[in-house]
Design a protein around this ligand. Structure first.
Ligand SMILES: [Zn+2]
Length: 211
């Protein structure tokens, strides 16, 4: 369950200019104008502001009006209220949830892009010690993952040993990358083979661990 709702905060209050009189009790200089900002929150973290109610209040008789509720003849109060509302911005912290979300999304995209670039670069120039994550499907079509380790790299190809275990974990390195889990005998693949596997999504990741 996601807990969300709205909340508001007072952004600005001004004691009014001398010419503003209360529409109810006509006391001069008694009007106080305030602008609030309402914002959406998720788990009480402000997400974004969405409206700015402005209120005129008489400090003498206690009467209070929003701009649209002011009686006819209170045009000056209404104008002052609208002007103040226009000049007032929602406080920056009411955007903090959206800012955090945006930053997180941006970072995720960058990290993902970087990882894809690394994988392509590593496949193009293999080194001994590289470990490839290989995806295949079992008889029911579920993805399975295993590892291939580069034990020789020269010219147009690599020499690989296959891990003898599979897992449904898409990042099987922690689970499978132990020397005793690899086959004794190696087999060759060309760099073109590797590139084709990468393009087909059979080779999903490269970890360059060194020798
Ligand atoms: Zn009044």
């Amino acid at each position: 369950m996601i807990i969300y709702g709205t909340n508001g905060s007072l952004v600005r209050t001004v004691g009014a200019e001398p010419e503003l009189a209360c529409p109810a009790c006509t006391t001069p200089r008694a009007m106080r104008l305030s602008v609030f900002s309402r914002y959406l929150h998720v788990y009480w973290i402000p997400l974004l502001p969405y409206t700015k109610p402005a209120v005129a209040q008489c400090t003498r008789c206690g009467g209070a009006w929003e701009a649209s509720e002011l009686p006819p003849g209170a045009g000056e109060v209404q104008q002052a209220l609208r002007r103040l509302k226009k000049e007032t911005r929602a406080p920056w912290w009411q955007w903090s949830g959206l800012a955090v979300l945006g930053a997180g999304l941006g970072w995720g995209l960058l990290a993902n892009n970087q990882d894809e670039r690394d994988t392509a670069a590593y496949v193009a120039a293999p080194q001994v010690g590289d470990v490839y994550t290989i995806r295949s499907a079992d008889s029911t079509g579920h993805a399975q993952y295993s590892l291939l380790k580069v034990v020789g790299a020269q010219g147009n190809g690599v020499e690989l040993v296959a891990n003898e275990y599979v897992t449904d974990d898409a990042h099987p390195l922690q689970q499978l990358n132990f020397p005793e889990r690899y086959a004794q005998e190696s087999f060759p693949l060309t760099n073109l083979d590797l590139r084709i596997m990468l393009n087909k999504g059979e080779l999903t990741d490269v970890d360059r661990l060194g020798q």
